[in-house]
Design a protein around this ligand. Structure first.
Ligand code: PMP
Length: 408
């Protein structure tokens, strides 16, 4: 489609060119983690074979080179999400750590008994449990934005939940189990009208959706590199400078201090105040190349290409016998979730795997959402810029065979 040359892109992903169970691999599990282009793999090898050293404290050449590469990724990330300053970019292990950092640090400092935190019915467990933990500790109350049958947030109900008691709103940009894209700009503006801060879980947005944190005016935004063609174990927490400055440290240790005595420690400036200890230098260095890959292709081009695959797959899969789509929102990223009446999703996943097709099955870390649909889980096929319509045809053919075999 258009400017995306999928055959050229596929050549950059060595892992895609293999057989699984005797068939060409079809990888439809990029919402769990995306595959990595050769340039990201090379960046890891180059770092460990060329300039591995600890950063910031060293004055020798390798330490300076490693520090420069590490800080280069921060500058790339700043541009990637249009943050006002690179001091607003904190490296984390991923979205999970970013949310825990905010819940713990901001929550500890600013939540009072009786205050309210709002999340949504579409959230991943990592945007539920950290809030439950801090609410329990601070005797604050957790409220949940309801979800419609189509899998969209009920914004009228959200507006009614907001009050001067609301201190934090935390929702995802796009849902991992249904694909729903949420109207976060509207959600953020409404929260600000009652004086609450907003955290956006961008795990499923990083590689597909435009992210402009200044235009969104969000207070926090979390990303995981591994869902954006980058390595595992690294992510970004964006936070507005004035808010991050007002927050206490999350972890204590080296690097996050200015001066330590046994009586009192003063903390380092942003972003180092939140980066205690030796960070994941190699993966941070390689993450830059993943963001460059996305930027070179263009998010809009990626989104258009993936949307085309989603529409094609939705039409074909929904026509299959006994298939019921879960989540039919108007705006979706490339996630197709469905159940087949009478066949367990694990069985479908296993039989597709026997044909070399990788899909996700289960509750996708969104058990409350599954409960709303009265199901235990779904089969989820998620699409990326390296997938093709031919692969969708293979999925459809595989599903047809599974269904005919199990329900002759
Ligand atoms: N939120 C959403 C919407 C996700 O899809 C995921 C990953 N499945 C997470 C949070 C957690 O991300 P990570 O495991 O990379 O910390």
């Amino acid at each position: 489609t258009g400017v995306i040359d999928v055959e050229k892109i596929r050549k950059e992903f060595p892992i895609l060119h293999q057989q699984v169970n005797g068939r060409d691999l079809v990888y439809f599990d990029s919402a769990a983690t995306s595959q990595k282009p050769q340039r990201v793999i090379n960046a890891l090898v180059d770092y460990y074979s060329g300039f591995n050293a600890n950063i910031h404290r060293g004055i020798h050449t390798l330490a300076e080179k490693a520090t420069r590469a590490y800080e280069d990724t921060r500058l790339t990330a700043q541009k990637f999400i249009n943050a006002a300053s690179d001091t607003e970019i904190i490296f984390t292990r991923g979205v999970t750590e970013g949310i825990n950092l905010v819940a713990s640090s901001y929550g500890k400092a600013f939540l009072q008994p009786g205050d309210e935190v709002i999340i949504s019915g579409l959230e991943h467990h990592s945007n539920i449990v950290p809030w439950q933990l801090i609410c329990e500790e601070k005797k604050a109350v957790l409220k949940v934005i309801p979800v419609s049958d189509q899998g969209e947030l009920q914004i009228d109900a959200y507006l009614k939940l907001l009050s001067p008691k609301t201190k934090i709103v935390a929702v995802n940009h796009a849902s991992n189990s249904l694909g729903t894209i949420n109207p976060i700009k509207e959600i953020i503006a409404a929260a600000h009208r009652v004086g609450a801060v907003v955290l956006i879980d961008g795990a499923q947005a990083g590689s597909h959706l435009e992210i402009d944190v200044q235009d969104l005016d969000c207070d926090f935004y979390c990303l995981s590199a591994h869902k954006m063609y980058g390595p595992t174990g690294v992510g970004i927490l964006y936070g507005k400078k004035s808010i991050l400055e007002a927050m206490p440290p999350y972890h204590g240790g080296g690097e996050m201090i200015k001066e330590v005595t046994f009586e009192k420690t003063t903390y380092n400036d942003l972003p180092y105040k939140f980066e205690a200890g030796t960070p994941n230098i190699g993966d941070v260095v390689a993450f830059k190349h993943a963001m460059d890959f996305i930027t070179e292709l263009g998010k809009e081009n990626i989104a258009t290409y993936e949307h085309d695959l989603l529409v094609y797959a939705t039409e074909k899969v929904s026509k299959l016998k006994s298939v019921r789509l879960i989540g039919t929102a108007k705006d979706k990223v490339g996630v197709l979730s469905f159940v087949v009446d009478g066949i367990h999703h694990f069985d479908i996943g296993q039989m597709l795997d026997a044909r070399g097709i990788a899909v996700r099955t289960g509750h996708h870390c969104t058990q409350p959402l599954m409960t709303q649909y009265c199901i235990e889980g779904t089969v989820r096929a998620s699409f990326s810029v390296y997938n093709t319509k031919k692969e969708v045809d293979q999925l459809v053919e595989g599903l047809e065979r599974v269904i005919n075999f199990m329900k002759p």
